[in-house]
Design a protein around this ligand. Structure first.
Ligand code: GLP
Length: 241
């Protein structure tokens, strides 16, 4: 696992966007795995800027998002479908049919999970998967305890995740308690992984990750087993490590 230490959120976002842009230009039909949350917002802004300057083109790009809440509709401002439209898809020339976000509203959620896996395989697997990290070390919505060989599945969210994500909702009671997420095994199948971490509230997660012990208690630690993973960490998240 390659660790890149940067000064702040701005530098993290710029470095991450540069890596994404480089891969998009190097691969003929790139398949990019996307993440949501506050952390990647700055990176998406820079990617839009690069698109506007003609430095990247999304016409041949296929995307797969990591996860989605169960039980909220695509047009709900708190859905990850909505997030992606707002922060990226609506601003670039990506073909909507080449974007994939799992549906948390499917009648048959198990079937949705299976079909999501099949779609990733049919696209030839993910070339570059972007990741943030939850305060408790989760990746996508793979909470502590999720097996490393898990595939796309439905998961019950931990209390700490519900609390951390409550800031986006009117009240904590509105935060969904379940989500659909790529599994850790699905994520590890990506040819390359880029994780970005910023802010003081991620210090404990960073400490656990840097320890190097691979444990189901810290889902992000599975990245130590990946041959091509980079983690960009800003000073605030780094703390005393
Ligand atoms: C959610 C998402 C994760 C994300 C995490 C941290 O739980 N499912 O993919 O990494 O939040 O989000 P933030 O970047 O807002 O701290």
């Amino acid at each position: 696992m390659k660790i890149v230490k940067v000064k702040d959120y701005e530098e993290m976002s710029r470095k991450a966007a540069e890596i994404v842009a480089e891969r998009m230009n190097a691969i003929e039909n790139p398949v990019i795995g996307l993440a949501t949350g506050s952390t990647p917002e700055g990176m998406y802004e820079i990617l839009i800027d690069k698109y506007n300057k003609g430095e990247i083109d999304f016409a041949n790009t296929t995307t797969f998002n990591l996860d989605e809440y169960v039980g909220i509709t695509d047009d709900d401002p708190n859905s990850y479908h909505y997030f992606m439209d707002k922060h990226l898809f609506d601003h670039v020339n990506i073909q909507k049919e080449k974007t994939h976000v799992p549906s948390g509203m499917a009648d048959d959620l198990d079937r949705e999970c299976r079909e999501y896996e099949e779609a990733i395989k049919a696209a030839g697997n993910i070339d570059l998967q972007l990741l943030g990290i939850g305060n408790n070390g989760h990746i996508g919505f793979n909470e502590p305890g999720t097996p490393v060989d898990s595939r796309t599945h439905i998961i019950g969210l931990k209390e700490e995740t519900i609390q951390a994500n409550a800031r986006f909702f009117d009240s904590i009671d509105e935060v969904p308690t379940k989500a659909i997420t790529m599994g850790i095994g699905t994520i590890l199948d990506s040819k390359e992984i880029l994780m970005i971490i910023s802010g003081e509230n991620k210090r404990d997660a960073v400490t656990s990750l840097l320890k190097g012990t691979i444990s189901e208690d810290i889902p992000a630690s599975a990245l130590h087993n990946h041959p091509n993973a980079t983690v960009i960490i800003d000073e605030a998240a780094w703390g005393d490590n």
